[in-house]
Design a protein around this ligand. Structure first.
Ligand code: IMP
Ligand code: MG
Length: 178
């Protein structure tokens, strides 16, 4: 348990384990997309820390873009599947190899909605890389191509993920202890 924050929490995935796994993902993605165009599409805001660390582990040329959606309101911690685009991509993705970089897949509703929108823009390929996967919570089947860690059904925060918009800066994944 750490001090200085209002709620007690403990480390679920350490900074060391995160960075090691991201190194492996970077190597894998660099191999899989070698010699090809690659656009990393980060879902704001939760995916930003993961994106910036993942980029530094890629040995191949790539570009980045950002998509912001409202997954659900501040009060509700349950995905509704109703997603609003708050910030769209800067550039068209037609014909490009798009790799979505997401913090966590929970029910799967958000990514299902996002991939439907993106597919209509006819990318050359569309894959998903998520840092965390809460597999047992899945309500819609969505194929995830790269998974950092599969985690239990607990609300987590840190490393980009927020607890009521705070604590995104923690360099590790935390879980509340009460
Ligand atoms: P889904 O539509 O249920 O898959 O929700 C995915 C989104 O819900 C993620 O992009 C996160 O923003 C948010 N989310 C789901 N579980 C957690 C969690 O444990 N901590 C923080 N955010 C979460
Ligand atoms: Mg998110």
């Amino acid at each position: 348990m750490e001090a200085n924050y209002n709620i007690p929490y403990e480390t679920l995935i350490s900074e060391h384990d995160l960075q090691n796994r991201i190194k492996e993902l970077g190597r894998q993605i660099s191999t899989d997309y070698a010699g090809q165009d690659l656009l990393l599409l980060c879902i704001l805001k939760g995916g930003v820390l993961f994106l910036t660390d993942l980029m530094r582990q890629l040995s191949i040329p790539h570009e980045i873009d950002f998509l912001a959606v409202s997954s659900y309101g501040k009060e509700v911690r349950e995905s509704t599947g109703v997603v609003r685009i708050l910030k769209d991509l800067d550039e068209p993705i037609a014909g490009r190899n798009v790799l979505i970089v997401e913090d966590i897949v929970d029910t799967g509703h958000t990514l299902t909605y996002i991939t439907n929108i993106l597919r209509a823009r006819q990318p050359g390929s569309l894959k998903i890389c998520t840092l965390l996967d809460k597999k047992e919570r899945r309500q819609v089947n969505i194929p995830v191509d790269y998974i950092g860690f599969t985690i239990p059904d607990k609300f987590v925060f840190g490393y980009g993920l927020d607890l009521d918009e705070k604590l995104r800066n923690l360099p590790f994944i935390a879980v509340a202890t009460q």
